[in-house]
Design a protein around this ligand. Structure first.
Ligand SMILES: *Cc1c(COP(=O)(O)O)cnc(C)c1O
Length: 381
């Protein structure tokens, strides 16, 4: 396999000799009229019809009992952790192979991460690794899970659906229920990805979606909390505002609110993008099929959706033979104007998390030294 051939192949797909980014947003629908409508109505801020509409569209698409729009995906995660009852000093189990926002959210709850390995099949949190970490290091006392060595409570697990590939949710759901751990799905990258027919982010207690500019659809900045029940959803909505108790004129707030509401002007973009989401998903699946056949019979492996899942193929990725080949690919493609990227630095190598507890991370390290993301933007037909 040679990087020059890959560059030609990618240029063929995008039919351009210009620079090809990893993932660019597309606005080919009703984005302009909806945004102009918010400006003309003056309702650009925290009140307006598009926020409700966007939430309803998300509920219809994902099947979640209640969706709550937020200013970004990190805020959605932060809110979900608060709602799940994570408190200062708690431990939260997640993967080291993730985008830093997952860990930033739990850090800002005053919690500390425990890093557990990912599965090579999904690139996300591995149920076997989670189970053996808990068996070795945790104990259940009065139905609360504690870390045997530090004495801290372990309160939640955050698996992340890496590049849109769903993790093994049935197994994770049952482990979390056995150990009384809240399950919060970081579904920031997986809008449009389904696990055994159910939308990612809807099998745990909460799910968090992101609409950052590089995600499958964008609202400029934005996020959504998918809530496991209507009741928890209504409470989530309350804390994403200022938690004001409804009253004709009195100001009374019954909880510390986050003020993480998505502005109406961003939600207008979201409503328009939801209208074309199916089209984006179709295009991305077609592109993934092209990549898959390009890498067929190659020593470089194209990452396919797990057999139990339907992925959104948000970011296409390959696993190189070794780090040296990865570096050669990155060098050649980027110098020829086709953007490719390695995966994030593992979280336990960042200064703020280097002292965190962790299990064996051999799969995470394997992927981290070999994976490359390929250009994956929507291609109009
Ligand atoms: C994008 C992303 C987020 C956070 O989203 P923002 O909207 O940028 O705050 C969280 N987790 C993962 C895995 C992401 O990729």
């Amino acid at each position: 396999m040679n990087a020059q051939l890959l560059v030609e192949f990618v240029r063929d797909q995008y039919k351009t000799q210009d620079f090809i980014p990893l993932h660019a947003p597309t606005f080919a629908g009703n984005e302009k009229p909806y945004v102009i409508e918010t400006i003309e109505s003056t309702f650009v801020s925290s009140v307006g019809k598009f926020v409700n509409e966007f939430e309803l569209k998300m509920e219809a698409f994902t099947g979640t009992p209640k969706a709550v729009a937020t200013v970004n995906g990190t805020a959605a995660l932060h809110t979900a952790l608060y709602m799940a009852g994570v408190e200062r000093g708690d431990l939260v189990i997640t993967q080291a192979l993730t985008f830093v926002a997952t860990c930033n959210a739990l850090y800002h709850m005053g919690a500390e991460p425990i890093f557990v390995d990912v599965s090579l099949k999904s690139l996300g949190l591995c149920p076997k690794a989670l189970e053996s970490y808990l068996d070795e290091n945790a104990t259940l006392t009065e139905n609360e899970c504690y870390h045997k060595h530090t004495g801290q409570r372990i309160k939640a697990v955050i698996p992340m659906h890496t590049f849109g590939h769903p993790v093994e949710l049935d197994e994770l759901v049952s482990i979390c229920s056995k150990w009384n751990l809240a399950l919060i799905e970081d579904a920031a990258e997986s809008l449009g990805s389904f696990y055994k027919g159910r939308h990612t982010g809807t099998l745990g207690d909460y799910g968090a979606v992101s609409f950052n500019g590089n995600k499958i659809i964008t609202t400029g900045g934005g996020g959504m909390v998918l809530c496991g029940s209507e009741e928890s959803g209504n409470h989530t909505k309350h804390v994403t505002t200022t938690a004001k108790v409804p009253h004709k004129y009195e100001f009374f707030h019954d909880e510390p609110g986050f003020n993480y509401r998505m502005p109406n002007i961003n939600a207008a973009l979201g409503c328009a993008q939801m209208e074309v989401l199916e089209q984006y998903l179709k295009s991305k699946r077609a592109l993934a099929e092209q990549y898959a056949s390009f890498f067929d019979n190659s020593e470089v492996k194209f990452v396919l959706e797990p057999d139990y899942a339907r992925s959104n193929y948000w970011l296409n990725s390959i696993i190189c033979v070794d780090e040296q080949q990865r570096n050669e690919f990155l060098e050649t493609t980027n110098s020829l104007g086709v953007m490719t990227r390695p995966v994030w630095q593992l979280m336990d190598r960042l200064p703020m998390f280097e002292k965190a507890l962790k299990g064996s991370l051999s799969n995470s390290e394997f992927i981290s030294s070999r994976l490359i993301n390929l250009p994956s933007s929507y291609i109009a037909d």
